[in-house]
Design a protein around this ligand. Structure first.
Ligand SMILES: *Cc1c(COP(=O)(O)O)cnc(C)c1O
Length: 223
């Protein structure tokens, strides 16, 4: 007997449980277009995609305007041309070279791309993201790129067994977010703090996240 709840039920439950100041991003990696469509039909307003190709496929079927589409995976420079035509936000700006490429491609199509700066909050050598101590300088560097608009920070955090262990890294990202807000750098909107996944989002919200990226809890475990 199949007793697993439907995507509709899971989305409704999650939306009902989230505090009103917290925005839900449905993390759709490796999900079928039908699953993503079900989530959107159930009230998901933002879909997060890790891969440009998956986003292309889903957007072709579901439609650009049915949801906002956010890039939440590592973005390669050779995919930026497609990415700036697909996404409403890129959450994973992790180098000047990437930001510069986004800026170039956006100029060609006369648009501005809202972005988040990805922070490597646990300073993991193999992980992408800007080190916390380099973030302020990085934000200032990006000001020369007029077609890129910084709207906040994003962090993934380390893979741990007990989600409690991520708390200090979420807290560190929040401190950085607050510092950047205080600096009030012209043309920088520090409004979005994207952190927390299915196993860690309650902790992320306690530490100040106002955007959470949830996959498993909305779609069920991946097979
Ligand atoms: C997969 C993924 C998520 C969601 O992970 P779940 O544990 O399935 O909720 C969130 N953010 C990013 C960047 C991801 O790749």
């Amino acid at each position: 007997m199949n007793v697993s709840p439907s995507i509709e039920e899971l989305v409704h439950r999650t939306l009902a449980d989230l505090p009103t100041h917290v925005t839900l991003v449905a993390a759709a990696k490796m999900r079928s277009v039908d699953e993503v469509r079900a989530a959107v039909a159930s009230g998901v307003r933002i879909v997060g995609q890790n891969y440009v190709q998956e986003a292309q496929r889903a957007i072709a079927v579901i439609g650009r305007t049915a949801a906002a589409w956010h890039m939440i995976g590592h973005l390669q420079r050779n995919k930026v041309k497609q990415a700036v035509r697909l996404f409403d936000m890129i959450q994973t700006v992790d180098s000047f070279r990437l930001a510069e490429k986004i800026d170039q491609e956006c100029r060609k199509i006369d648009r501005t791309m809202p972005v988040l700066i990805e922070i490597n909050s646990a300073r993991e050598p193999q992980k992408s993201g800007i080190l916390p101590e380099e973030a302020v300088e990085f934000v200032r560097e990006l000001l020369s790129l007029r077609s890129v608009r910084i709207e906040g920070l994003m962090t993934v955090g380390p893979l741990v067994d007990d989600p409690e262990e991520i708390r200090p890294y979420f807290a560190e990202s929040k401190r950085l977010f607050d510092e950047l807000r205080r600096l009030a750098i012209p043309n920088v909107r520090m409004e979005i703090l994207s952190m927390g996944m299915s196993d860690s989002y309650p902790i992320a919200i306690e530490e100040g996240a106002n955007m959470v990226r949830l996959g498993t809890i909305l779609f069920g475990p991946r097979d």
